[in-house]
Design a protein around this ligand. Structure first.
Ligand SMILES: Cc1cc2nc3c(=O)[nH]c(=O)nc-3n(C[C@H](O)[C@H](O)[C@H](O)COP(=O)(O)OP(=O)(O)OC[C@H]3O[C@@H](n4cnc5c(N)ncnc54)[C@H](O)[C@@H]3O)c2cc1C
Length: 277
């Protein structure tokens, strides 16, 4: 029997408490009348709002989008940047300020910002954080039964799936070396990276933003030897333009029905903008 059958507000269960799950819970809590719903976030991590991207403990891992373009509240672009100023969160972090004045705080700081907006709702029990992972979900009448990894169950009337990034896994081409003592399969295993000696030669598979994180960690650990990064395309992640350009393209008035269609439209828009100079 669901909470609604018992005369209480519906239970909205959110699977995953990274940025997406935390933001969903926050906006439901602030927009719905008090007591209108029981908002439950199921997330194994200690805090809500951190997820994979913003839970890294390494201070050399920074946001890769300027603070002025990251916000919990759409339409309030400077919300995070204002929070940084109000809380003094980067006062002792001179490296957070880029040459053009844009702010790039440590990634954990963004998690703290999101968490700080959820905290009043957590204290008021408007949002509940169930610290576990979902093992499976079953349909039950009009609702759902969530089976947690620790064996508990949770009945829900509505379900939001915000699990997003799968945990880092070894690509199939590298499975033959899975047991190798010097392989670091999880790029966010800081202990594994710490074990790399400063004179060890390192092969990084991939040249995207995660490889930039790894190289920053190695550098902070005093690594001084050769690092080779391997990529199918040979591209490295590019830095942001010194001067921010005006946004181009309208992807909202005619919504794309799949990610592939959206990607094609973005590419076509960029090509068109390039042609126009
Ligand atoms: C390393 C990295 C750095 C990034 N940096 C930036 C940046 O600086 N700026 C930017 O705009 N974007 C950045 N991004 C993009 C980022 O993906 C989004 O900004 C955003 O954080 C995605 O949040 P999410 O909640 O959707 O996903 P996630 O962060 O993946 O959170 C999903 C959550 O779901 C939980 N979960 C998974 N499975 C289960 C389960 N079975 N049961 C319960 N919970 C589960 C996980 O524990 C996790 O906390 C970065 C991405 C990565 C990977």
């Amino acid at each position: 029997m669901s909470a609604r059958d018992l005369g209480r507000g519906p239970v909205v269960a959110i699977i995953g408490g990274g940025f997406s799950g935390a933001a969903t819970a926050f906006h439901l809590a602030r927009l719905l009348p008090a007591g209108a719903a029981d908002i439950v976030v199921v997330e194994p991590r200690e805090g809500l709002g951190y997820g994979l991207a913003y839970s890294t403990a390494d201070p050399s891992h920074r946001i890769n989008v300027p603070a002025s373009r990251m916000t919990l509240i759409s339409g309030q672009d400077s919300h995070f940047a204002d929070w940084l100023e109000q809380t003094g969160a980067i006062l002792d972090d001179a490296e957070a300020i880029a040459a053009n004045g844009a702010l790039y705080p440590q990634r954990r700081v963004f998690g703290r910002y999101v968490e700080s907006y959820l905290q009043p709702f957590l204290f008021g029990k408007v949002i509940r954080h169930v610290r576990s992972a979902i093992a499976s979900v079953e349909l039950s009448g009009q609702g759902y039964i969530l089976i947690l990894a620790d064996g508990r169950t949770l009945a829900a009337d509505a379900l939001v799936i915000a699990a997003t990034h799968p945990p880092p896994a070894l690509p199939s081409a590298l499975r033959s070396v899975a047991a190798a003592a010097r392989l670091v399969a999880n790029p966010y295993d800081l202990g594994g990276l710490q074990a790399i000696g400063r004179d060890d030669q390192v092969l990084v598979v991939g040249t995207g933003l995660t490889s930039a994180d790894i190289i920053a960690t190695l550098d902070r650990n005093g690594h001084r030897s050769r690092i080779v990064a391997l990529s199918r395309h040979g591209y490295r992640s590019r830095s942001h333009a010194v001067l921010p350009g005006d946004p181009i393209g309208d992807f909202i008035s005619l919504p794309s029905r799949s990610a592939t269609v959206m990607l094609r439209r973005i590419r076509a828009t960029i090509l068109d903008a390039k042609r126009r100079g």
